[in-house]
Design a protein around this ligand. Structure first.
Ligand SMILES: Nc1nc2c(ncn2[C@@H]2O[C@H](COP(=O)(O)OP(=O)(O)O)[C@@H](O)[C@H]2O)c(=O)[nH]1
Ligand SMILES: [Mg+2]
Length: 324
């Protein structure tokens, strides 16, 4: 029997069957926020939650991309299929990161078991973290066993992306200036595994002991976070890292954890969508009026809370605008 191909479903079907081209097309659709993407994202919902999402976060130059690359080799040895989402903050300092990542990860381009995609931070409607979350979902739906996300732990959106992950690996390296201080506050807190990369450098051991003594001051779970040493360029310590990731999967990735993260994510998406809608409404109301309110706040004639309340009232009852 021959089924009549349904065009609106075929991309979804091909994505779900794991085709790499369908995966690439689906991610592009999602990035461009097309009508097809909305349909896809709805269609994949029942198929999510199978991939293990591993976040790699740490300062620029710590060796995240090199480490991810080495981990891919190990995961492929373990017959796991891999998706990689590299998030570039697009800051002038790290403007070369995407190209660098592409070149380094291109080692795997002929392996259909590895799919790498870079996301630029700029130009995503609704923000970077919801976009990264959607791309991770698409990779999950395509049947990738492991989805690795690389982010520089520099901003709020990156903390959010790290929060999406099932397993969070925070990377440091000696010689990044303030060493451990280079790991931003808030990032250390979310680590399931800490890695000191560039173990071949002379000061690596000092960084390890700094991290360990920092952790020993913490209570509860934080004190038990493993601190691993790796040399990403030679592959030293990568097997132990892959083992630690697998161990976390067995121990900590419960259905409850996932449900809690999913709920947190929906809350955030709702808040983001609402904020975006409000911004649109504000623009639609009266640009000059907003400028005027801002100027009044700046001159100290009006408090921020009062100005916000006034603006909200105007959004609710635009006809009262001039009477406020
Ligand atoms: N000595 C040494 N250099 C490394 C190691 N891992 C990465 N690097 C180098 O550190 C630089 C930054 O690496 P990259 O992976 O781009 O860091 P990212 O910015 O965190 O993604 C590159 O020149 C790498 O070759 C390591 O284990 N030892
Ligand atoms: Mg990188």
């Amino acid at each position: 029997m021959t089924a009549v191909p349904n065009n609106s479903n075929s991309l979804l079907e091909r994505l779900l069957s794991g085709q790499a081209i369908a995966l690439a097309k689906s991610i592009t659709a999602v990035e461009n926020d097309t009508a097809q993407a909305a349909e896809l994202l709805t269609g994949i919902q029942p198929h999510l939650g199978r991939a293990l999402v591993v976040g790699f976060t740490g300062p620029p130059g710590a060796g995240k991309s090199t480490l991810v690359n080495a981990l891919i080799v190990e995961l492929r040895r373990r017959e796991q299929s891999v998706g990689v989402v590299a998030v570039d903050p697009s800051s002038p300092l790290t403007g070369g990161a995407i190209l660098g990542d592409r070149i380094r990860m291109s080692e795997h381009t002929r392996d259909p078991g590895v799919f790498v995609r870079s996301l630029a931070a700029r130009g995503h409607l609704g923000g970077l973290s919801p976009m990264a979350a959607r791309v991770i979902d698409v990779m999950d739906a395509s049947g990738r066993d492991v989805v690795v996300v690389e982010t520089v732990g520099a901003g709020q959106s990156e903390v959010e992306i790290a929060e999406i992950a099932d397993v969070r690996v925070v990377i440091s390296a000696p010689g990044l200036g303030d060493d451990v201080q280079a790991i931003k506050a808030g990032i250390l807190e979310i680590a399931d595994i800490l890695v000191v990369n560039k173990a071949d450098l002379p000061l690596a051991e000092r960084t390890v002991s700094q991290l360990k003594s920092m952790l020993s001051l913490r209570e509860g779970e934080m004190a038990e976070v493993p601190v691993l040493s790796t040399t990403a360029t030679t592959g030293e310590g990568i097997v132990a890292l892959a083992d630690a990731v697998e161990e976390r999967k067995g121990v900590a990735v419960t259905a409850e954890d996932r449900a809690a993260r999913a709920l947190q994510r929906v809350r955030r998406l709702l808040a983001d969508a609402t904020a975006q809608r409000v911004r649109q409404l504000i623009r639609a109301v009266d640009g000059a009026n907003v400028d005027d309110l801002c100027a009044q706040v700046q001159r100290g004639e009006l408090g921020v809370d009062d100005a916000a309340a006034r603006l909200l009232r105007q959004l609710q009852q635009p006809e009262d605008r001039d009477g406020a």
